[in-house]
Ligand binder design. Structure first.
Ligand SMILES: *Cc1c(COP(=O)(O)O)cnc(C)c1O
Length: 235
């Protein structure tokens, strides 16, 4: 029980230090706690320890957990659910039934499907555009050079609310390796913001994971996605 609470506290302290060294304020940073593969009992502990943002990467797994977690005793606040993994079009409808923010929009067909399903539900859906800033082949995400045109196109989809950018950097043990990619994404986000497109607000910059969230914050992240630093390594 103590373990999750303690690790969470440690992560928050590190966030605060990164925030101070980059002269920002702690309130700016949203911590998304990544619970993929983590058992519901441990997620519940995290929620009881104050976690307000949950990140999952598989729709099926998330639906099952969401169902279990919504049968909690009343009183504890409801967390927001973040879809951080690759989303298939045939899972969009189910995804929209639980997720509050989709971080991983990287194709027009996916954006159009979300728009269509959102319309049927009579709601607007908050999304981030996932960008592949490293150019690494195995990663999802839109190429940097395609982002501007993509945004212009999807900004016309009335049931989407474009709220920012997300990236995943290549795995490394040295967080400094990620710094140039984080910087690139921040610059891109600033460029887009200054373009003042309709229906596009660069409110969130979702970057940084357990390995490198401090560097991400130094480079402008205001949403970090952290799993193993809180729950231990995934088997
Ligand atoms: C798993 C995952 C994370 C969290 O990774 P950790 O290294 O456990 O912090 C963050 N973002 C995405 C997209 C993930 O799939």
């Amino acid at each position: 029980m103590e373990e999750i609470r303690d690790r969470l506290k440690l992560v928050k302290e590190k966030i605060n230090r990164a925030v101070e060294s980059s002269r920002r304020s702690a309130g700016e940073i949203e911590l998304v706690v990544v619970t993929k593969t983590v058992a519901v009992a441990r997620i519940r502990e995290a929620i009881e320890a104050g976690v307000r943002n949950i990140g999952e990467n598989r729709v099926q797994e998330a639906l099952a957990k969401h169902e279990e977690l919504s049968s909690r005793p009343p009183g504890a606040g409801l967390p927001r659910w973040h879809m951080i993994g690759h989303l298939q079009r045939n899972k969009v409808e189910r995804a929209l039934s639980i997720f509050d923010l989709i971080h991983s929009v990287d194709s027009l067909s996916l954006a159009e499907e979300i728009d269509k399903r959102a319309e049927a539900l009579g709601k607007r859906v908050d999304i981030l555009v996932e960008v592949n800033v490293s150019g690494e082949e195995s990663k999802f995400g839109l190429e940097r050079s395609k982002v501007n045109e993509f945004l212009v196109t999807i900004s016309k989809l009335k049931n989407l609310r474009i709220q920012g950018l997300m990236t995943m950097t290549p795995f490394t043990n040295d967080p400094e390796q990620s710094r140039p990619y984080f910087r690139k994404l921040r610059c891109l986000s600033e460029e887009i913001q200054s373009g003042r497109l309709n229906n596009i607000e660069m409110r969130y910059l979702s970057m940084g994971m357990s390995q490198d969230f401090e560097v991400a914050i130094e480079e402008g992240a205001n949403m970090v996605r952290i799993g193993s630093a809180i729950f231990g390594s995934r088997s």
